[in-house]
Design a protein around this ligand. Sequence first.
Ligand SMILES: Cc1cc2nc3c(=O)[nH]c(=O)nc-3n(C[C@H](O)[C@H](O)[C@H](O)COP(=O)(O)OP(=O)(O)OC[C@H]3O[C@@H](n4cnc5c(N)ncnc54)[C@H](O)[C@@H]3O)c2cc1C
Length: 373
Amino acid sequence: MDKPWDAIVIGLGGAGLQLAYLCHLDANWKNKRILFIDPNPPTKKTWCFWHQGAHSLDAMVEKSWSKLHIGTRDSSKIQSTGNYSYRMIDSLSLYDWFFDTALRLNPQWSFASDTVTSCIRNSKQWQITTPVISYFAETIYDSRLSPTDLVPPHIFQHFKGMMIELDKPLLDPNTATFMDFSTTYHFPEPAFVYVLPFSETRALVETTAFSSRFWADETYDNISVDYIKRKFPDAQFQVLSTEKGRIPMAFVNEATSLEPGFYKIGGAAGKIKATTGYAFNRINHHLQCLLTNKESLAHESAGRFKFYDSLLLSIIEKEPQSVTPIFRELFQKNEIEKILRFLDEDSTLTDEIKIFASLPWSPFLKALVRKWR
Ligand SMILES: Cc1cc2nc3c(=O)[nH]c(=O)nc-3n(C[C@H](O)[C@H](O)[C@H](O)COP(=O)(O)OP(=O)(O)OC[C@H]3O[C@@H](n4cnc5c(N)ncnc54)[C@H](O)[C@@H]3O)c2cc1C
């Protein structure tokens, strides 16, 4: 039998790549033998997150923004992100770093393009089986997310975006559009457009909706094109590339994380925030806790935030027409910096009371009644 690996990382997606990056930076992990397994080719995703101060992956950040724009049918608000900056990493840059740099600089690491079919605990180590071979390791980091781990209701954030090049310099490269409901307010499900400008002429324009029903590609495309034409009526544009995806807006059954030496990571560990789909920084914090053996911090449950999320998920499921007005009031009546802190679950109870007091009450009261009925 080959020498067991110190660690096997199942899945080289958002969590597996960040784990590789953090291990590469960490002197305690640098010399460990790590095997990364994933059967699928890299996919293009733009990963955005907000953060205060330096971040462990800053060297990979392609663009950051200090102002965010929120648009509704009858208002448009641009605000500074305060102490936060909104940052973006291109998943393909992280894949390039992994395959071109990390594997070369860490010859004790390896990558296998294979599908893990089972993980069994054998005496003191884990046996990982694929259709081709078995591997052995002391520690497993597993990012496989089974649909059966998702707690209903099965709502998704689904989206399709287009990278466009305008023929005129009309974009403000310092301001990203976080949510713009101005062209989607009449949709039965909550939907909005999201814009990441990379220069005065180039931007990712993405149409996003929250629902259990996915849309045909043309629906997202038509909304994005309509949005671009309304915002820039005098410009022509070219579509350079597209990206699409769906992110589960659900709590994850985390019971499977609790065996010794076996850690669920990423979405599989419930690190996608159920009501926003943002995951990148939550995954980063969780991984840093795991790698430094501060698991208790990683598993700390933010009980009241789960409660807030459960109410909003119930509203998205049962009363989707109320969601756009809730977001409109949230962004109109609160500073963006405070909202980012709240979404990061770093706010105080006093901040949260003020935020909830600014929102329409009735959908939340009905969601409370549904919860306790
Ligand atoms: C297009 C897109 C844009 C996004 N933008 C943002 C954003 O701006 N900000 C943000 O915070 N989040 C964003 N997200 C969400 C974020 O990408 C995910 O939440 C994050 O990728 C989760 O990381 P993960 O490793 O848990 O899952 P994934 O990235 O899905 O990785 C799981 C990996 O496991 C592999 N795998 C599955 N089964 C097996 C198996 N049996 N054996 C071996 N490997 C297996 C898969 O091939 C996959 O590569 C976006 C998602 C998408 C789809």
